[in-house]
Design a protein around this ligand. Structure first.
Ligand code: GAR
Length: 187
């Protein structure tokens, strides 16, 4: 079975959904978090998943920071990385080693609403539907090849919170499903 790491910065509801999926077709053996105090760390501890909290500010450059992460990934014998609310650009150090093995979930139908607060962007734009995208990472912001998308309706009287809730529910089933299918034939 493939060994994977999840990278997250915040609440960790996607991390939790991944961990609660039986037959994921890989083992999540590490949580990497760039924010000390993020709620996802406690979730990982409760689930017994080893955590690696690494503050980029303690390292001189993105290259130095990512070298530390790379070392940890190798030490943990990880071959896949799943970004789940990891609010940081992945640079060439990590991409070079894990290209085609780093995927991300984004709360919009890319290429619409890339970047920060995609749900807020869609809400403010007044669209009548948005969605969720799972995609490979490349060196752009939310521009990598798309693996799967699911549409989510926006209702006229939605609050931003209601829309967020509807999108996250879709994320929590779509991401584990994509991971399962993608890694099904991995050793
Ligand atoms: C998720 O909605 C994820 O799609 C989004 O952050 C949220 C994290 O929630 N990611 C991005 O916007 C990446 N650009 P979580 O911490 O509860 O999983």
């Amino acid at each position: 079975k493939a060994r994977a790491a999840v990278f997250a910065s915040g609440t960790g509801s996607n991390f939790q959904a991944i961990m609660e999926t039986d037959d994921l077709s890989c083992d999540v053996v590490l949580l990497v978090c760039d924010q000390s105090g993020a709620a996802v760390i406690e979730k990982a501890e409760k689930l017994g998943v080893p955590t690696f909290v690494c503050d980029p500010k303690e390292h001189g450059s993105r290259i130095d920071y990512e070298r530390v992460l790379l070392e940890k990934l190798y030490e943990s014998d990880v071959s896949w990385v799943f970004l789940a609310g990891y609010m940081r650009i992945v640079g060439p150090t990590l991409l070079g080693e894990f290209s085609a093995r780093i995927i991300n979930i984004h709360p919009s139908l890319l290429p619409d609403f890339p970047g920060l607060d995609a749900i807020g962007q869609a809400y403010e734009a007044g669209v009548d539907s948005t969605g969720v995208t799972v995609h490979y990472i490349d060196d752009g912001i939310d521009t990598g090849p798309i693996i799967a998308q699911e549409e989510v309706p926006v209702y006229p009287d939605d609050t931003k919170e209601q829309l967020t809730e509807r999108i996250q529910q879709v994320e929590h089933t779509l991401y584990p499903q994509v991971i399962r299918q993608l890694l099904e034939y991995e050793e």
